[in-house]
Design a binder for this molecule. Sequence first.
Ligand SMILES: [Zn+2]
Length: 334
Amino acid sequence: MLQGLGLFLIPYDTIIPHFEALFTKTSFYFDIINGMLEKNKIIVCPLCMSRNSEIYKRSKEFGVPFYKCSRCDLLSIRDLNHGIEIAANPSNKGRCKEYKRRLISVFGDEKKETILEVGPGDYILCAYMEEYCGEYTTIDVGTNFLQNASTSSINYSVPSPSTPEEIFNCSQLIYEKISKEKKKDKFSWGLSLHSLEHSPDPMVLLKLFDDFCENWVIEVPDGERTKEGATVNNKFKGDFPVWSNQNQKHLKKVGGHYQLFHINTLEWIARNLLRKDKVYYIGKSVFQLNSLAISTHRELCVPVITIGSSAANMTWALSKEPMNVLDLFWRRSL
Ligand SMILES: [Zn+2]
């Protein structure tokens, strides 16, 4: 009753807050974070904050469940009680080559562009791009990645986490570091190739790109394609956790997949979180079919959906997935 009434009375922009509204006060963000964690577990969808979700499958990496959000279709790991151990995630030369080719095709080789890469892997892409861009900045968690870092790139790191709360806060630290170090102009390009799914708090990394990059591309595994694969155990039955000691030896501690995105999830992000003065291309990765991409440029994506800035596009969330006004009240009253 209240929800129906709310949808009638409250204008669209009030119901679905843009990042600007959410993050006007930093302390408000921290209030949200504090409200999102209970006993080292995230109690809402970390992307849309909906409380409507159900246990989906078990993560093979962490041995804890993925929850499926009924509003944005994100599959997320909510239980952060899985220990700490930073492992290097290998880069993919083929992917880096393809992105180099595409990026150069978009901005030429005048060495003007400034690039921010979040989650730089082993610096293959950075090495490929150095001679084509003006400045290359990278940031990641821990210092392992610095061993292979280029001397000509600007390399930032945030401390490795040692508690569940710190696991959750890594992305916030990345945001704050870039916010502090960024002196004047925005980065002309932001790159996140298979790093967003490793963040327990993907909203704040999206906010990083929205705030500090004129153009960007984010590639993630396709949750639809990977859900039957190695990341998720389909045979799960019963309550969590159900791991034997022997199985636990093979679990990743941190750095695995905290999120699995569907194309609907990327669409939800574009319509509800990102700034409305840009066009977003959403579809398959330019490199491999089992990955998804969202970008401000058509050339960095094989688009199946294009989200423009027209009012007609922006009403989608209201008509198809109305945000629960009570949820919003909860979010704002923390
Ligand atoms: Zn959600």
